[in-house]
Design a binder for this molecule. Structure first.
Ligand code: MF3
Ligand code: CO
Ligand code: CO
Length: 260
């Protein structure tokens, strides 16, 4: 995790392709979400869509993860394992898709409303969506990694929410997780400088209550310690000459939650 890989033109072309596929997968998955479907149904859809597009679902067997996508409902912060749980009106669910195409990884996630959210759930999800946007807006050559987290933390906390500490954004490329780490909290002006060609995720996990978490006995599912809601959005981005390019941008607005 110590060497930051700078991607050149050919590598970035490969990253654009896998990131487009990951975003398309998420966009198509959004269309099947609704009350009554199970997180296993989401897994089946993501798995089949990925394979039929010549790619591999990165989560499957990654460090022993048993499924092809992470599905994190309500108080689950991240790494929720698909299973028989049925979605019900009022739930929020993060679907986190990572695809491997020609050896390159694209990583993207969004939180969706099932039916009508409570005002509190809507507040959390919209704050989290904005946190990702604000983090991305900090990215340009010469900026510091700390600028990203500082912007996210300031907005989350000003809006009565907290920032998860235990999981961070990460470099991504031929490895699922590589250097650098991208915390979603911290201080402006701190940390390594961003350089053109760095590719990483920004993926703030924002909680309604406190940031503390614990992991369930399955060894993966991270839940809020206070049982309150958690939301997350994630994009893979590259530092460009001009500023930033979002590699996992969607080609059309998502039906259930207008993700940019
Ligand atoms: N996609 C997650 C991330 O954003 C990682 C999931 S690891 C898994 O970094 F094994 F749970 F899939
Ligand atoms: Co990620
Ligand atoms: Co992810």
């Amino acid at each position: 995790m110590s060497n930051i890989v700078i991607k050149g033109t050919a590598q970035l072309d490969a990253m654009r392709q896998v990131c487009r596929l990951a975003a398309q997968t998420l966009e198509e998955t959004a269309k099947i979400l609704g009350p009554g479907i199970t997180t296993e149904d989401i897994n089946t859809f993501v798995h089949d869509y990925t394979i039929s597009h010549g790619a591999i679902p990165a989560p499957l067997n990654y460090r022993g993860f048993p499924k092809s996508v992470c599905t994190s409902v309500n108080e689950v912060i991240c790494h929720g394992i698909p299973g028989p749980r049925q979605l019900k009106p009022g739930d929020i669910i993060n679907v986190d898709v990572t695809s491997i195409l020609d050896g390159w990884h694209g990583d993207v996630s969004a939180t969706f409303y099932i039916g009508d959210p409570s005002p509190a759930a809507r507040h959390l999800v919209e704050v989290t969506r904005t946190c990702l946007q604000l983090g991305i807006s900090e990215v340009r050559p010469g900026a510091r990694i700390g600028d990203i987290g500082a912007a996210i933390q300031a907005y989350a906390e000003a809006n009565g929410c907290s920032v998860v500490r235990d999981f961070v954004g990460h470099g991504v490329g031929q490895a699922f997780h590589e250097a650098p780490q991208i915390p979603h909290f911290g201080k402006r002006g701190r940390g390594p400088r961003l350089k053109e060609g760095m590719v990483f995720t920004i993926e703030p996990m924002i909680n309604q209550g406190g940031w503390q978490l614990h992991t369930l006995s399955d060894g993966w599912t991270a839940v809020t310690s206070d049982g309150k809601l958690s939301a997350q959005f994630e994009h893979t981005v590259v530092v460009t000459n001009e500023g930033v390019e979002i590699l996992t941008a969607f080609s059309a607005p998502l039906v259930s939650s207008e993700v940019f």
